[in-house]
Design a protein around this ligand. Structure first.
Ligand code: FHN
Length: 482
């Protein structure tokens, strides 16, 4: 039984009203809640400019890069069956051998300007870079460890040039940081002994030092994307993490930190013991998407997605299904239609180059975004009944509605069901605004838009709806007597 369950049972047995305090919800309806010192510190979405900008990104780029790009998913001719970034944890990978590989890390073809231009061409508005993954290797010259880029043949900082190059392309940079650090002697997954606890205190100091070091070195970063916080040892660090998050927020006002960093008083992450979101957005949608708007619980969220099923760092041979740009654009549009951001992962090789499959995605996604980005940037959920042909998005500022069609009916009849008294003023194809459709009203607040299917498309079609409220009643028919 967890600590929280024991405390709850004791309180109930004692007939105590277990610390139930009346917290106020955004609409000020009182709600009972468990008293937490380190739970969610805010109900409802952030509404400041930095978060508004984050909310309207739509598309981001994740980059996993580090020593694991040298092993590339295999060791001594044998394939590691998991994600290449985890190869150090493989029983057949001698950790001491892995921990020497950094002495070979020399990404001579690393060209941050080229990376940034490719991301720009794809349409990414932000980029998340692994400054340190679970293996503990730092892509920046850290004062707190020798296990960093300064100790490699390459020697030079990799993060700073990326920040500069991406910002030059108008792309915001966020820093991924893994709390889990297999290289640090004080890291523990759980704290069983006094020695564990003593070692972990040193690890906590090291972790805080590195996080604050990153913010000092790269003050333009817009946020930190934390990872590796699922272990029992970290779940006991509610007070430490809360204080550290406050320090980060003081250092860079407005900085954006997701739900994967802090545990609450009872070790709950992402959502505290009252079910309230920890941090500024939900970071739980990894390699999966919400089904419907109710799944996002009114929160901001991002989906981080790999191109193969589960490869974040470079792998020498992408086995299994490699997602097409069509699939990935659908995931992007679905994310935006449900008020989220879609962050597509790239894993450069040990030399600093993207693989051909990734270059193809830069181009194909970029080509679609060039024509249809209006349906993505600054858009979010529309509360119209979802139809099988695809997804609606709505521009938060203009109110324009976009039908993004992935599944064209063979007869081209795209069904639209509007809320009551909504008039469809103008309907046209985004890429050809002169191509205007006259919706056929088939029932009260229900229409067909007839798309000429003699021109079957290869990529998702975007149709724009300009609508307005009307007093007119739509066509009504006598209800069937059943
Ligand atoms: O273990 C990591 C994994 O390598 C990758 O970094 C992803 C990215 O969100 N996070 C962890 C798995 O949840």
């Amino acid at each position: 039984m967890s600590k929280k369950e024991v405390v709850l049972v004791v309180a109930m047995l004692a007939g105590l009203n277990f610390g139930k305090v009346m917290a106020q919800t955004p609409d000020n309806t009182p709600r009972s809640s468990i008293a937490l010192e380190h739970g969610s510190h805010r109900l409802g979405k952030r509404t400041d400019p930095m978060m508004e900008k984050w909310r309207n990104y739509g598309l981001g780029q994740f980059i996993h890069w580090g020593v694991y790009s040298i092993t590339a998913g295999k060791w001594e001719g044998k394939d590691y069956p998991g994600a290449s970034s985890w190869i150090r944890s493989w029983s057949e990978m001698p950790a001491e051998d892995y921990d020497q590989l950094y002495l070979q890390f020399d990404p001579e073809r690393f060209d941050p300007q080229s990376w940034a231009k490719q991301a720009k061409a794809m349409g990414a508005k932000y980029m998340i870079i692994t400054t340190k993954h679970h293996d503990g290797f730092c892509l920046w010259p850290s004062k707190f460890t020798e296990y960093d880029i300064a100790s490699t043949p390459y020697k030079k900082d990799l993060i700073g040039p990326m920040v500069e190059a991406y910002e030059a392309e108008g792309i915001d940079v966020y820093l991924y940081f893994s709390v889990m650090d297999w290289n640090h002697p004080g890291f523990r997954t759980d704290l069983k002994t006094a020695e564990d606890r003593e070692a972990y205190e040193e690890f906590k100091t090291f972790t805080r030092n590195q996080i604050l070091e990153l913010l000092e070195r790269y003050p333009n970063t817009k946020g930190l994307w934390f990872d590796g916080t699922w272990d029992a040892a970290w779940k006991e660090q509610a007070d430490f993490a809360d204080k550290l998050e406050s320090e980060m927020r003081e250092m860079i006002p407005g900085i954006i930190i997701g739900s994967r960093f802090r545990p609450d008083d009872y070790g709950n992450r992402h959502f505290d013991s009252n079910g309230d979101l920890m941090g500024d957005y939900e970071q739980g949608w990894e390699r999966k998407l919400p089904e419907g708007i109710e799944d996002v619980k009114g929160n901001d969220w991002d989906c981080v997605m790999t191109v193969p099923e589960n490869q974040w760092g470079y792998h020498y041979d992408w086995k299994g299904h490699v997602k097409t740009s069509f699939e990935l654009v659908e995931m992007l549009v679905k994310s935006v239609s449900l008020n989220g951001n879609f962050v597509l992962n790239f894993g450069p090789d040990r030399y600093g180059e993207f693989r051909n499959e990734e270059r193809k995605l830069f181009k194909e996604i970029g080509d679609w975004m060039e024509i249809n980005q209006e349906a993505i940037y600054g858009c979010g959920y529309l509360d119209w009944e979802k139809q099988d042909w695809g997804y609606y998005t709505k521009d938060r500022e203009t109110g324009k509605i976009y039908m993004v069609v992935f599944n064209m009916p063979i007869n081209g009849a795209l069904r639209i069901k509007t809320p009551e008294k909504v008039h469809l003023d103008k309907v046209y194809e985004l890429k050809s605004p002169s191509k205007i459709f006259v919706p056929e009203e088939i029932h009260k607040d229900e229409y067909f838009v007839h798309y000429p299917v003699d021109q079957p498309g290869k990529s998702p079609i975007v149709i724009v709806i300009e609508s307005s409220k009307t007093q007119e009643e739509g066509k009504t028919y006598q209800r069937a007597k059943t």
